[in-house]
Unconditional design. Structure first.
Length: 966
């Protein structure tokens, strides 16, 4: 797919510097990366974004001292609590017991297993990193963590007040605060925590079903029970009639289509008319309610022949399928509504389905808009759904509305004023982080949440709290009591027993403490969570702009975001792309904020909530299968799913999903057309998800780096699918370490498709005999009369794509590859023609895997430095033809290449270095590229630990290989 001598413009986001920054698979950020955050008193006092720094531990553990101090205080507080509770009680764990052999052995085992666990956790997903852009999960905030740990030591069970005297109160507070943030009336609403959004959604459907069928049960009870005779004249508003009607004479269809608000009033109003206590009334109703007598008996008594339904968008969470199954409604009762091109529920399709249900007299329990899908961040048109509800109830069809705001609920904080006003941010200060408010559309939808019967909201998603912390909010607390039929609401010692208000019984009080402390410290308003999410929103808008402009006119690929460009001032797509390139990308945050038209555009462009998604296609390709293969390869290169490897070779972590054609929906076919694909078939389309939950990732340097990483990953992904099959040659350093490992540089070719890669690989010998032969040959070559001595060259035995040599079976395949070992590159010598060794080797590491993608030489010479604590090597970074390849060994490990974690950390990961004293463009004399390193000693510059610039003096010990190319 790459033509010979193909020339392309370098990738730039209009950022400083003449060339696209390289983006290796190594852990470290780019060379020349400089984050500049002012620490002046003025900035810290006047810029509220600085407060975010106190709310998180930090991607690099920057607040470790603060967190450790507060964590120690939390542990000490708990220990003091234990010691002050009947302090005269004798100790059980005495000093004598602690000195016993069995105690020491048990303690030793604890330490050993804890260390093992911590080592295993080193392979965890680094959610805390700015490089994580996958699922709706990021770092947890310090208040929530400290609150959780503090309460965890007390092990309170929020199933009832007597087992959680304090944390039950915390959960009630959390529930009320979340409800108020939704816009509910404080004295009328209620909320509580759940294990997650799944549980909350199931509870919402459970409550809605019970409410839906309550009138039928009440009608039967009024007709049969003498104790309810005084209430037989009870009337209820019939929406279709616009007037009240006696329940006993109402039709079945009328009773199945009452307003939720009217149904919630029924128990109390009937109790008053019948002069009964609540407990007496509920004991009577036990014999008539759906949830009491069961679905079979209830449908038999009322001659119900049609299964009710729950309507959800095609993008709904799997929890709703679980809900209808668990509640006995059956999976077929879940009616899915197609989506529009913005991945939102198509209300035209919803109206059609509602009309069908009304004509067939099939009850609709509830309609579920998703307020922020977990795949594309789309917010469904709640205002239109509520308008349809009003329209249909007048025709005789009524239903409840449950909003799944598990992801999007916290975005309401962006619309809530803080209790006390604060100064506006000072945009003149260095490091200013702009906010991006919700789009006009999203604001309208979130403002309408106050009219929903129930809302799911997850503090452990956009609330940045630790798991488990889901929640459900009720507009009217009475609705929750319909889950407790026959028991009523139980209270102990004046506290609500939370085990009676939902699905779960036992649940951690620690979760409530964590969410409560986060809410108190950060705040559910514009200057708290709203500020965090506003900064994340800004990042997501810029990232969206990066994705839509990432492909250049002469690239062999195209990119289409799942959410198309907005309709803005009647601008065409080319006009919008030009506006993005000229007015947005590469501009400082301060400059963007001062440009009113830019900020107006950014408000409307991009995802509804933080999730810019896209697909890549090869230019001219119409096959959905090939397109999916490229996107699958891209996803596989940027995912972390192995518990056997760390994530340090994955420079950006994303996730992926598929757009699946559904019914007569045109959304997927339109997306296929935008990608240039055949749109008539039903094959799903793979797309990449990049969730922007990181408030720190707003600097030009970081975003430029991220775009460069993605671009390189796309080029490599295309190569992994389309490169021709070939054998591959590597020049080794010749140095084998104590683990039988050797580093090697790929012999690339600018003009041959499938070999246009700048790659470093670490290989491990399988046989000690092979190691000895290799070392012996290397020593022989060093002593030979040929100068410079020829390097040991490795050539793969099996023809494959280069990607498959490294990653065919897993992150690093771990499978044996056969390599033929030669003394020098191909030539006329016998050593070049015949291998001195054929060895089986494993791919242990790939420190660098870059596709050629440059049109400009760097200002100064650039190398990739790699090695270990004993040896360091420099591998020249080739740019474009003409250029050279070079490998040299240094006489010592350079200063600044380690950290407190490991003295050779940067060497193991690899880091790009520059030689400031030497120009980056190759020197050509009489048509021959000259060795740029005539001197053995020089200074190198690189970005070290914590982004600090390191300048180190190095000396060459041995020049291993040099080759110029045209």
């Amino acid at each position: 797919m790459f033509s010979k001598k193909r020339q392309r413009q370098s990738y730039q986001c209009a950022f400083a510097g003449p060339r696209r920054p390289s983006a290796s698979r190594a852990l470290m950020y780019l060379p020349r990366r400089r984050f500049s955050f002012s620490s002046s008193e003025c900035f810290l006092e006047k810029n509220p974004c600085a407060a975010l720094g106190a709310w998180f531990l930090g991607p690099n553990g920057e607040n470790a001292d603060i967190f450790q101090d507060l964590l120690t205080k939390a542990v000490n507080s708990h220990i003091s609590f234990r010691r002050s509770y009947f302090p005269c009680d004798p100790p059980y764990i005495t000093s004598e017991l602690r000195q016993s052999g069995s105690f020491k052995n048990a303690l030793k085992n604890l330490k050993t297993e804890l260390e093992s666990l911590q080592n295993d956790l080193g392979n965890s997903v680094p959610f805390f990193s700015s490089r994580y852009k996958g699922h709706v999960n990021w770092d947890t905030n310090m208040p929530a963590n400290l609150g959780y740990v503090s309460a965890m030591l007390f092990n309170q069970n929020n199933c009832c007040a007597e087992s959680s005297t304090v944390t039950t109160k915390f959960e009630v507070e959390v529930g009320n605060d979340l409800c108020v943030m939704m816009g509910y009336e404080k004295d009328r609403c209620m909320g509580h925590l759940t294990s997650g959004g799944t549980t909350a959604n199931i509870e919402a459907i459970w409550a809605a079903r019970n409410v839906k069928y309550f009138p039928l049960g009440l009608q039967e009870a009024l007709l049969k029970e003498d104790r309810l005779s005084k209430a037989r004249g009870y009337k209820v508003p019939i929406p279709q009639r616009g007037s009240k009607k006696e329940v006993v004479s109402a039709s079945q269809w009328e009773l199945l289509n009452l307003e939720v608000e009217s149904i919630l009033k029924m128990p109390l109003e009937v109790e008053v008319m019948a002069k009964l206590q609540h407990q007496e009334f509920m004991e009577i109703m036990e014999n008539y309610l759906y949830e009491s007598i069961g679905a079979l008996e209830f449908t038999r008594r009322h001659k119900l022949t049609k299964t009710p339904c729950v309507m959800v968008p095609r993008t709904s969470h799997v929890s709703f399928s679980k809900a209808v199954t668990m509640l006995g409604l059956g999976r077929d009762s879940l009616v899915t509504v197609k989506m529009d091109e913005d991945a939102r529920m198509d209300t035209n399709d919803l109206k059609t389905i509602l009309t069908e249900k009304m004509q067939q007299e099939i009850p609709v329990i509830t309609v579920v808009p998703v307020m922020g899908t977990t795949e594309e961040g789309a917010v469904d048109p709640l205002t239109e759904i509520l308008a349809l509800k009003d329209e249909f109830k007048k025709q005789g069809l009524n239903f409840g509305v449950h909003a799944d705001g598990a992801w999007g609920g916290y975005f309401c904080s962006m619309m809530r004023d803080p209790p006390h006003s604060s100064d506006s941010p000072d945009t003149e200060q260095e490091g200013f982080v702009p906010e991006m408010y919700l789009s006009t559309y999203v604001q309208k939808q979130l403002s309408a949440l106050q009219y929903c019967d129930t809302v799911t909201i997850d503090p452990h998603k956009s609330g940045f709290c630790p798991y488990p912390a889901g929640a459900i909010c009720y507009r009217d607390k009475v609705m929750n009591s319909f889950l407790q039929a026959g028991a009523g609401v139980a209270y102990l010692h004046g506290k609500r027993t939370l085990g009676d208000v939902g699905i779960e019984g036992s649940k951690p009080g620690a979760a409530a403490a964590g969410v409560m402390l986060a809410n108190r410290v950060i705040g559910l308003h514009k200057n708290g969570y709203g500020r965090i999410l506003a900064e994340c929103m800004f990042t997501s808008k810029i990232v969206y702009c990066l994705w839509v402009t990432l492909a250049k006119e002469d690239d062999n690929f195209v990119i289409q975001t799942t959410k198309p460009l907005p309709k803005f001032k009647n601008w065409s797509e080319p006009e919008q792309l030009r506006f993005i390139r000229e007015r947005i990308l590469g501009k400082s945050n301060e400059r963007l904020v001062q440009d009113e038209e830019v900020m107006e555009y950014l408000k409307e462009v991009g995802p509804d909530t933080l999730m810019p998604c896209f697909s890549v296609n090869i230019k001219g390709n119409k096959s959905v299968e090939l397109c999916n293969a490229v996107n699958t390869a891209l996803f596989q290169s940027l995912r972390h799913t192995s518990d056997e490897h760390t994530a340090h070779r994955i420079p950006l972590i994303v996730t992926a999903s598929c757009k699946i054609p559904y019914k007569q929906s045109v959304a997927v076919s339109d997306f296929k057309k935008r990608l240039g694909l055949e749109s008539s078939n039903d094959t799903p389309v793979k797309f990449i998800i990049t969730t922007c939950m990181d408030p720190w990732a707003t600097s030009l340097e970081f975003l430029d780096n991220m775009a460069a990483i993605m671009r390189n990953s796309i080029l490599c992904a295309i190569g992994s699918v389309t490169d021709p099959i070939s054998s591959h040659t590597f020049v080794s350093t010749g140095v084998v370490n104590e683990n039988c490992e050797v580093l090697a540089c790929y012999v690339a070719d600018f003009n041959e498709a499938g070999k246009q890669y700048d790659t470093i690989v670490k290989l491990q010998f399988e046989s000690d005999d092979d190691v000895n032969k290799f070392i012996s040959k290397h020593a022989q070559l060093l002593k030979s009369s040929k100068q410079p001595s020829p390097p040991i060259v490795l050539r793969s035995d099996t023809k494959k794509r280069l990607h498959d040599v490294f990653f065919e079976k897993s992150e690093y395949s771990g499978e044996e590859e056969t390599f033929h070992c030669f003394a020098g590159l191909s030539g006329n010598d016998d050593d070049n023609l015949h291998p001195f060794l054929t060895a089986k080797m494993k791919i242990i590491d790939v420190p660098r895997y870059e596709h050629f993608d440059q049109d400009e030489y760097p200002e100064c010479l650039s190398y990739f430095m790699c090695g270990d604590g004993k040896k360091a090597f420099l591998f020249h970074v080739p740019t474009k033809a003409p250029d050279f390849f070079q490998v040299v060994q240094l006489d010592a490990v350079p200063e600044g290449s380690g950290s407190e974690v490991a003295t050779d950390l940067l060497l193991k990961y690899g880091v790009e270095i520059e030689i400031p004293s030497i120009r980056g463009e190759p020197c050509i004399v009489d048509g021959v590229i000259q060795d740029p390193l005539p001197d053995d000693a020089f200074d190198i510059s690189f970005v070290g630990i914590d982004g600090q610039e390191v300048i180190s003096s190095v000396t060459i010990a041995h020049k291993i290989w040099f080759s110029g190319t045209y």
